[in-house]
Design a protein around this ligand. Structure first.
Ligand code: 1CP
Length: 355
């Protein structure tokens, strides 16, 4: 890395190198549970303006670090910026979630898609990365991210969040060639996008496969993991990409730890349903693990939170290669003071697990 980080615990843990205490960050650490986020979002007017204004994206990225002793910042953006740059017209309606004005409805809609030029179509994300890196002054590493091809595809096909994924899974089984065509263009777009983020300064990249877990075993391997594997391979062979650790997170991916650990990534994110001790024994020394406290633990008392943090730390056990996180994103109705309890408990209680 060109710049020296004052706190490089996250990078060390992702590379399975020794650390003094287990690093911790929180999925969705910037967001609606923080009053200062809600204030900035209101000032922005709407979510996409917040994402597309680098000064505001930078402001909300840094907000959780001002409150908590976190070991990483995560870029404030969304996994749906790529389809927006492809022309689908993204809006995020308060309390309703994302919507596309022009979802994919025909073979022709897919044929017309092109890999976006990252500087031209997603330059606002790169500008936010450069600004955040400047404002961080090397305090902690910055995590960049993208959605997995399969997860982004579900939103492009359904047009919004979905319960049964009828249209997306219908295409997967009914027109598998068309689905592969879409996943191919998405994986090339994601590779360019993550390489752009790395070139702009992010230290780590994470791929969120939030909907991989709705697939059958065979469909997961063919339509989700295979495309993430290609992205990992193609980031490795590009410029600075070879240096930035890559985290893959499939929500509901507990059955595929072995496949994920063999994908070439540096770390596998675990959701809260998995037993981290078993995951470690399956993954062996191939990858680091990230996770996996149940977000709902944060509804309980500080003593209960500390007890569950201790259980996750004991589950992973002694040694290197653990990044503490929740098993999925934090909920909007969680009291921020509980996050402070969690972060401090991880640092305090993990010390005996490291030399
Ligand atoms: O601190 C951070 O982590 C903030 C950056 C961030 C990230 C990493 C946001 C901001 N979104 C994401 C990833 C993301 N977006 C995922 C993958 C992670 C996950 O599984 O939770 C997914 C599935 C999305 C899609 C999306 N965008 C949703 C979920 C919809 C669904 O189907 O459940 C929502 C609600 C959005 C909008 C959004 N993105 C981010 C925030 C804070 C919000 C809420 C907008 C608001 O009302 O302020």
């Amino acid at each position: 890395m060109s710049e020296k980080l004052l706190n490089d615990r996250l990078l060390r843990a992702l590379r399975r190198q020794p650390v003094d205490v287990t690093p911790v960050w929180i999925m969705r650490q910037a967001g609606r549970y923080l009053p200062e986020y809600r204030a900035t979002r209101q000032r922005a007017g709407d979510f996409m303006t917040l994402c597309k204004t680098p000064e505001l994206a930078c402001e909300v990225t840094l907000q959780p670090l001002q409150r908590f002793d976190l070991d990483a910042a995560i870029l404030f953006s969304d996994i749906l910026t790529i389809p927006d740059a492809m022309g689908l017209g993204l809006s995020v309606v308060e309390n309703k979630g994302p919507r596309f004005a022009r979802p994919l409805r025909s073979a022709n809609d897919i044929r017309k898609l092109a890999v976006p030029d990252v500087e031209a179509g997603l330059g606002y994300v790169l500008d936010a990365v450069r600004l955040i890196k400047r404002e961080l002054h090397g305090k902690v590493p910055l995590i960049g991210f993208a959605g997995s091809p399969w997860t982004i595809a579900t939103y492009m096909i359904e047009g919004a969040s979905s319960k049964n994924f009828s249209l997306a899974k219908g295409m997967l089984y009914g027109q598998p060639d068309r689905m592969h065509q879409l996943l191919d263009i998405l994986s090339r777009s994601i590779t360019d996008y993550l390489n752009g983020q790395i070139a702009a300064g992010v230290d780590v990249v994470m791929i969120f496969d939030s909907w991989g877990g709705i697939l059958s075993h065979a469909a997961y391997l063919e339509f989700s993991l295979e495309y993430m594997r290609r992205i990992v391979r193609d980031i490795r062979t590009a410029g600075r990409g070879s240096e930035a650790p890559i985290i893959l997170f499939t929500k509901g991916g507990g059955l595929w730890i072995d496949d994920l650990a063999g994908s070439g990534c540096d770390a596998v994110g675990l959701d809260w349903t998995m037993d981290i001790e078993s995951a470690r024994s399956i993954a062996g020394d191939r990858v680091a693990l990230q996770g996996n406290l149940d977000t709902a633990v944060l509804y309980s008392s500080p003593a209960t939170i500390r007890r569950h943090v201790a259980e996750v730390l004991a589950g992973f056990g002694k040694g290197d290669g653990h990044v503490f996180n929740l098993g999925h994103g934090i909920h909007p109705d969680i009291d921020p003071d509980k996050v402070a309890v969690l972060v401090d408990a991880v640092h305090e209680l993990s010390r005996p697990y490291h030399k």
